[in-house]
Design a binder for this molecule. Sequence first.
Ligand code: MG
Length: 406
Amino acid sequence: MERINITRVKMINTHPNGIGFGIVKVETSEPGLWGIGCATGVRRYATLTTAVEEYLDPLLRGKDPDNIEDIWQTVNLSSYWRNGPILNTVLAGLDQALWDIKGKRAGLPVYRLLGGKCRFAVDCYGHASGGDMPALKDSIARLREQGFRHIRIQLGAYGSPQLAKPNPDFRAAGFGAASDTVAEIRPYMKIVPKIFEMARTEFGDEPEFLHDIHEMLPPIDAINLVKELEQYRPFFIEDPFSPEDIAYFKILRQQTACPIAMGELFNNPQEWLGLITDRLIDFIRIHLSQIGGITPAMKVARLAEWFNVRTAWHGPGNTSPIGHVGQAHIDLAIWNFGIQEQVHWGPETHEVFSGLPKFENGYMVVNEAPGFGVELDEAAAAKYPLPDEPWFRPIVRRPDGTPVRP
Ligand code: MG
């Protein structure tokens, strides 16, 4: 096969259906041969765009796109300081685009380059949520009708803020911003066992139920809650502790056999190595663009296989569609796949991206085209520009105003 070169690396930002996506596109010296990858997650679009266009592009022009490992290492070391979310995110977009190019050149879908299918499709969990018990029950019932075997159950937003006193003390005192929300510890801790009890009573023993604590509790309260939930046989409980508190996983493990998922905020291998090799978690939940893409994710998956830790890659709506597809190709090929997150794409997103997977009976089914099989319509992407105002995550506070670290 003739040697080809990278001729351009650029960022395409788009905001279809009100969700921002950063997509790295790598163009090559072969006419019509390009790849795309997901560089979305931290929502610092201007910073990411600068990193792609001012740093990746000049570094990579003229390089052979076939040498993915060497390019990954070269970019990772290119500024000496590494493992941060900005560099990792653009590296992830680049890395995925290179796998897309490799698949297109080989005439094979990427999962076949990663080892071929180890399962026929990607089993997914649906998101059930409601502001109160009847609404949550209806939400679970709808997902069961759609065929989902795994369902995440949440009563409202993370930490069930609707159960807190309506006018928190910090707001009454004029402290914090109007957009800040409140997380009270006791009402949330009391309600979560009740939603599991409702789910088991109404839907029986067959469905697998999941819940995301989203680091809304002090560590010792999270331990108490997880112990109480064990009786309902959750599929997993997610993010009991923030990354700053990972030493608590050892204490948690000594007290309960409840399955645990963790990892969406991780950037540095030191954050997940010990959790996997000490068998302190059951599902590794890394966000692929936070660690640098497909190449490092495959290394994580292979490491985790030998400790029988399964994958549950982080797949929220603000992971771009090409990012979800990349995860699905890994999910098909690795032995220790656990579960994947369901996602909905609106009509504007389907206008920008074509060739996206289908959801059938709770499974994600990718198309069989070479590479990732996803086309990005740049003219359609330009119809949905990013908003002028930067995005800031609302701060979640305790009633006295103390910020909660998610
Ligand atoms: Mg989470």
